[in-house]
Design a protein around this ligand. Structure first.
Ligand code: MG
Length: 384
């Protein structure tokens, strides 16, 4: 079998590192053709030595470094030209593991070039889901999500002839599930960055504390599986063993279960429709004993309600939600605002936005820019 040629955009982050571990597990199956990383060029350098990609995109510091040291057989690109390596002729599958809205252009270009895209990035689908899905249809390009919940839904629906009536998106509940509401105000970044189930970057861990992350996943699922926002239910499931479920009209539920290790959904996306051994420990249900479920508490976690509202009203609103959240969480992580202000500021920006229906890419980027400016204005007053 011809090996699958992959590009990993964001190769030094936690998803990128796990994707490379999947490659290590099946070295005959994969060829790493391209890598990209924004900041951590020392780690990127060791990845280049190990995996020998022919194309590498890197941030300005790294670019200067590699230009001066030089590396044989590697073509370097500035990070802004990441879309170029996502659409290279010799690449079959693009792992989209970079953070933020910078993933949008590489996502679109990869689809236009007919690549299979395995997105772990949320922002692109949240802000421009309609555009992405229509490009995928137009170019018959496949999207196989890596996010554990979206991968679970994808797996439950694979081979199904009928659409589900409901999708149950599971949520671990985040690091504040058992914290009393009256203590929320006192929560500092360090209190939140200890997530009980998943090890992730700081921004997404804060988003999982506010449940905004789950809200983004609602918007993502709506696009990926062509659902109405009211066909998606969030179900808090602290053990995070069921990664999501689909429900059909007869009331049957299909669920996907597994250990909480991102290598599972990453490998599935990279070997689909095949399944291969992972070398990981297997799920032992008798050890687990029981699984628990509860409704999400929208009073304690109003960001989730806000995201549902953005999913319902659509247009440019999800882009505004995403941009405002990014600005505000950044301030929280730097200790400039308290935890409760995250929702307050994001809500203010969302309420002030005049939605553009069926937005173009330009409209979306403008809404993103507007929301960041608006959030900064509000934050400035708040921080002084
Ligand atoms: Mg997730």
């Amino acid at each position: 079998m011809k090996p699958c040629s992959i590009a990993i955009l964001g190769s030094t982050g936690s998803i990128g590192l796990n994707a490379l571990k999947v490659v290590d597990q099946h070295p005959q199956r994969f060829r790493v053709k391209a890598l990209s990383a924004y900041n951590n060029f020392q780690l990127l350098e060791s990845q280049i030595k190990n995996y020998k990609p022919a194309h590498v995109a890197v941030g300005p510091q790294g670019l200067a470094h590699f230009k001066s040291t030089g590396m044989k057989g590697v073509k370097f690109y500035p990070i802004e030209n990441c879309a170029q390596i996502a659409s290279l002729k010799e690449v079959d599958t693009v792992v989209l593991a970079m953070r933020g809205t910078s993933a949008l252009m590489p996502f679109l270009e990869a689809l236009r070039a007919g690549k299979t895209v395995a997105p772990a990035n949320k922002e692109a689908l949240v802000i421009a889901g309609d555009l992405i899905m229509s490009e995928a249809r137009r170019h018959k390009a496949r999207i196989i999500p890596i996010d554990s919940e979206q991968s679970a839904i994808f797996q439950c629906l694979d081979g199904q002839k009928l659409k589900p009536v409901l999708v149950h998106l599971t949520a671990s509940g985040g690091p504040l599930r058992e914290v009393r509401s009256k203590d929320f105000k006192r929560m500092r970044p360090k209190d939140i960055l200890r997530h009980p189930r998943w090890k992730m970057g700081p921004k997404i861990t804060v988003d999982s504390a506010t449940l905004m992350n789950k809200g983004f996943e609602v918007i993502e699922a709506k696009h990926l599986f062509n659902l109405e926002y009211n066909q998606i239910k969030v179900l808090v499931h602290p053990e995070a063993i069921i990664h999501s479920m689909v429900e059909f009209t007869d009331g049957s539920l299909l669920a996907q279960l597994g250990i909480t290790d991102m290598r599972l959904p990453i490998q599935y996306a990279l070997t689909y429709p095949e399944r291969l051994p992972t070398g990981l420990k297997r799920l032992d249900l008798t050890q687990l004993g029981s699984l628990n479920f509860e409704e999400p508490d929208l009073k304690r976690f109003p960001c989730l309600g806000l995201a549902f509202e953005a999913a319902r009203r659509a247009g440019t609103l999800p882009a505004v939600l995403n941009a405002a959240d990014e600005e505000v969480v950044e301030k929280f992580l730097h200790g400039k605002i308290d935890f409760l202000s995250i929702y307050k500021v994001v809500e203010k920006v969302v309420l002030r936005h005049k939605i553009i229906k069926n937005p173009s890419l330009q409209d979306i980027l403008q809404a993103d820019h507007w929301a960041r400016q608006e959030a900064r204005n509000i934050l400035e007053k708040l921080c002084h």
